[in-house]
Design a protein. Sequence first.
Length: 283
Amino acid sequence: MDWITYSFASILLLGISMSLYKMPTFNGYSSLHSTFWSNTFSLLIVSICFFVFAQDTSISEVSWYGLAWGVAFALTMAQQKLLLKRMETNTLLPVTSSAGNTFAVLMGIVLFHDKITVIQTIGIFIIILSIFLYSRKNGGLILDANSISLGLGIILSGTVAKLIQKLGALDNIFHFAVYQFLGAALSSFALIYIFEKSSIKDIFKISKIWKVSLIIALSGSVAGYALLKALSLAPFALVIGISPLYVVVTSILGVYLYKEKMTSYKIILMSLAILGVILVKIG
């Protein structure tokens, strides 16, 4: 398969995974507990795949890129939780994700010398802009020093995580993924200790969240593999440039899972994002 097929598979499965992340919180359970178990299940899944498919690499050879991704993941989540105390989700996430993807694309061009055409550049711009407008709702954008520092920190750590994935894609993918999810699981546990220390005693009470956490892990693991395959086949800037489209999948599923509304405004922006993908493909 070519890179864009892997990218679309990653976008679809990541959208499914991210839409399900809301379910434990929707039902009154800790999102951090669900994140910990999703990453732990993902670790088990990719470990099995490693022993089945990656016989040319020893599991004892530590993938420092994978562990570093876990640290970047933890830093991003921690800063998001701190900043969400100061502004609404619908204000924070569109701004940081759009700015982060733009910065990541630029870093890909600088660090990896990615060559993209003018048409592909326009396509990436249309995708990022349409996803920003798609996600953005009314909300106060707080611009004090602490909020700006946290916002820049989210953009930086998120970009570092994406760059690490590119480096990991050049290694044995399953080997990288094992340590990636190990780092993510350990980081998730650390976040529970930092932000929800009193709930650690309940971490093994998973009777009501293990099923959704396992589904998140299955879809997320395959999405991660597809993304890494895409990164191994195509320029970093192109793969990361179209990756925000998972938000559209999440929103469509939200209509059915959480009774969220789909407006004509959103449909127009979805169409613009699809136009952006077409430009990236033909460019």
